[in-house]
Ligand binder design. Structure first.
Ligand code: GRF
Length: 189
């Protein structure tokens, strides 16, 4: 069974969707660790409710990114993690983790990459009046949302939706597409 660590910084609705897919047998994997860079993030309680171990750290408590990534790497090793799954982790992955896991780090991004890389992608696409938005799942490299795209799903908009409605549409697709894509990827790995 493939062991995954989920990295998240906030709400954790994708974390929840992945864990539900695992519980329902739609994703053959075991989540052995949550990595979170924000004390008090709601995702931490979600992990605790499911008895999933957590590694919660404060980046500023370390001298450098390399140092906190070494600490993460030790936790990944302790929990025998095979793949790293980013789900709303708001930091770039640095050389330490890339060297150990490149090709086995996946991210989900709420845009049709290469459009709207980086933060506030949904807000920016909405403000631009896009008639088609979407979700991308991609391999992680050193850049921000620049790694090779594995799959994308487009969502048509009428132009009459509110921003909360657009966000809800994106999340609905994310919660279905992420487990399904990981299941395919793990089966073929
Ligand atoms: C998602 O929209 C994901 O695409 C992006 O960050 C958001 C995380 O949401 N990378 P949640 O914490 O999973 O609810």
């Amino acid at each position: 069974m493939i062991k995954i660590a989920i990295f998240a910084s906030g709400t954790g609705s994708n974390f929840e969707a992945l864990l539900t897919a695992i519980d329902e047998g739609r994703l053959q994997a075991k989540a052995t660790l949550l990595v979170c860079d924000k004390t008090g993030a709601p995702v931490i309680e979600k992990a605790k409710a499911r008895a999933i171990p957590t590694f919660v750290f404060t980046p500023k408590a370390y001298g450098s990114k390399a140092q906190y990534e070494e600490a993460i790497l030790n936790a990944l090793k302790d929990h025998h993690v095979d793949w790293v799954i980013l789900a709303g982790y708001m930091r770039l992955i640095g050389p330490v983790l890339l060297a150990a896991y490149e090709g086995r780090i996946i991210n989900i991004h709420p845009s049709l990459l290469p459009k709207y890389k980086g933060k506030d992608a949904i807000e920016r696409a909405f403000s631009a009046g896009e008639k088609e938005i979407g979700v991308s799942i991609h391999y992680v490299d050193a850049g921000m949302d620049t790694g090779e795209v594995i799959t994308q799903e487009a969502i048509p908009l009428t132009g009459k939706e509110t921003l909360p409605e657009v966000k809800a549409k994106i999340h609905q697709v994310e919660h279905r597409l992420y487990p399904k894509t990981l299941e395919c990827l793990f089966k073929n790995s």
